[in-house]
Design a protein around this ligand. Structure first.
Ligand code: ADP
Length: 484
């Protein structure tokens, strides 16, 4: 098919004001209620992926720092947090939620600077959802007996939490809020490329007056994460990240007392049936894979479209893709921001060349990609097979594969033919078809006639190599308690 003419308007630049944002030159570790220098005396840079410029120096925590943080967390657990009533714990969590709301603009701008995601996403999705998570779990803190009727609810102790770079503040909220509500104390490590909002959250937690040691933030690389996983006084590991590291963690804690929840990769199918409202479905496809640069574990990265409407959907999709604005994450018009790091950009490029080598047909939008920083044009691949590498493996970028199917059974079979099972989308006019598909798809989250919608009250998590355990909702409490 000939390349469609660029049909987008040119918007004038609308950059978000950054003058209200305070980014320090250097961030220390947050241990036992204090900002302390790392034992290693080493620091690493966090850079803006949209400019490649350094934003700040970040403390590189090692095993000794992790040990200090775990000791502080244990001490706070034994002496303060596990003894406090749920109602009192709830007050602190509400206070954190309100302080986050007050600083929402600053948090969203910093999130976009550090991660590369469009300000529209961080401002309208990530930060409000992160605040809502704290509000939601604050409400549960004094009602655990109603969450688990006729059971005695006990906290686990010290939770080690390791989070990725795709939703830095939101993942921190998903991890911290339920752990605090259930009476656990925390050592959390943000990803090495996106530590800034976690450090801002540490400042907020400090300002909230939360007792020292209840939440400790240790920044660093994979070895810092491994030190948390391997520490023998940690009771629970909550990890979100790649399936590869998830497997390493599972092996490391096998045979120990540690409980774990792992939220790993995905290769989720977005299924469009012929009776679907096609224009809405196209919006859902765009939202599912291109917003957030495809840096979403549950991204709808495999489009399955019924053969009878495939040409029409692909035509509409290409037209809509042309209107996507790729560029400065801090511009309010931007739909697709920067890829989080050079490493991730190289991974995306590698998969695209594999796709081409394996004979797939590529279509990329004709936008101007900024010269500096790490950017990638929204891309779709047609003429792919179930066995194609780009259909099987997670790319974690704005790259969509398109396959067709004739019958609903074929769609289910293709969707389930994956090592992953995190999410799926179903687009149809018929409620009966939604029920049929949602009961047969092996995915932890299934959206009907929408995609990538989140709510603190809804559990999230995967099947198969996408991990186990649920975060969010009542289920999210379960991951942090012992029931007797
Ligand atoms: P991604 O592909 O999203 O970067 P990773 O699994 O590499 O996912 O990283 C997710 C988080 O896990 C990051 O905070 C990273 O530093 C941490 N991490 C990486 N390797 C290990 C490890 N061996 N043990 C514990 N944490 C790790």
């Amino acid at each position: 098919m000939a390349k469609e003419k660029n049909i987008s308007w040119d918007y004038s630049p609308a950059p978000e004001n950054t003058s209200h944002v305070k980014v320090k030159e250097r961030y220390e570790l947050y241990i036992d209620g204090k900002f302390v220098k790392p034992e290693s005396a080493k620091y690493f840079d966090t850079v803006s992926p949209s400019t490649g410029k350094k934003l700040a120096s970040i403390a590189y925590g090692n095993e000794k720092d992790v040990d200090k943080a775990v000791k502080a967390a244990r001490n706070a657990y034994v002496n303060i947090w596990s003894k406090m009533s749920g109602a009192e714990r709830g007050k602190y969590i509400y206070r954190i939620a309100r302080l986050m709301q007050e600083r929402a603009r600053e948090l969203s701008v910093i999130e976009s600077m550090d991660s590369g995601k469009a300000i529209r996403e961080s401002r309208d999705v990530d930060v409000p959802l992160a605040c809502n998570h704290f509000f939601y779990y604050a409400g549960w803190a004094d009602k655990l007996e109603y969450a688990f009727p006729n059971r005695k609810v006990e906290s686990l102790g010290v939770a080690g939490q390791i989070i990725p770079w795709n939703f830095p503040i939101l993942m921190a909220a998903w991890k911290i809020a339920p752990a605090l509500a259930t009476g656990n104390t925390i050592v959390i490590k943000p990803a090495e490329t996106t530590p800034l909002t976690a450090m801002k959250l540490a400042e907020i937690i400090h300002d909230s007056g939360l007792p020292a040691g209840v939440v400790n933030v240790v920044t660093g690389y994979g070895d810092t994460g491994a030190a948390i996983v391997n520490h023998n006084d940690v009771d629970k590991i909550a990890f979100t990240g790649s399936t590869g590291v998830g497997k390493i963690i599972q092996k490391a804690i096998a045979g120990t007392k540690k409980k774990a929840t792992l939220e790993l990769g995905g290769k989720s199918a977005n299924i469009i049936l012929e009776d679907a409202p096609l224009d809405q479905a196209v919006e859902g496809i765009i939202n599912g894979i291109f917003f957030n640069q495809g840096h979403v574990c549950c991204a709808g990265s495999r489009l399955l479209v019924q053969e009878s409407v495939a040409d029409k959907v692909i035509r509409k999709l290409k037209r809509r893709m042309e209107t996507l604005v790729v560029g400065d994450p801090l511009d309010k018009n931007t739909d697709v921001g920067a890829i989080n790091s050079k490493e991730q950009l190289d991974i995306i490029k590698k998969y695209v060349s594999i796709g081409l080598e394996e004979g797939a047909t590529m279509h990329q939008i004709s936008c101007n990609i900024p010269k500096n920083g790490y950017f990638f044009a929204p891309t779709i691949f047609t003429d792919v097979a179930q066995s194609s590498t780009i259909v099987k493996e997670e790319i974690f970028g704005p790259v969509l594969t398109v396959q067709t199917f004739r019958t609903v059974d074929e769609a289910i079979q293709k969707a389930n033919n994956s090592e992953y099972g995190l999410a799926a989308g179903v687009w149809t006019d018929k409620g009966s078809r939604i029920f049929n598909l949602t009961t047969k798809l092996n995915a932890g989250v299934i959206w009907a006639n929408t995609y990538n919608k989140f709510d603190p009250a809804s559990p999230f998590g995967g099947y198969k190599e996408s991990g186990f355990g649920r975060e969010g909702g009542l289920h999210g409490l379960n991951a942090y308690v012992k029931l007797r």
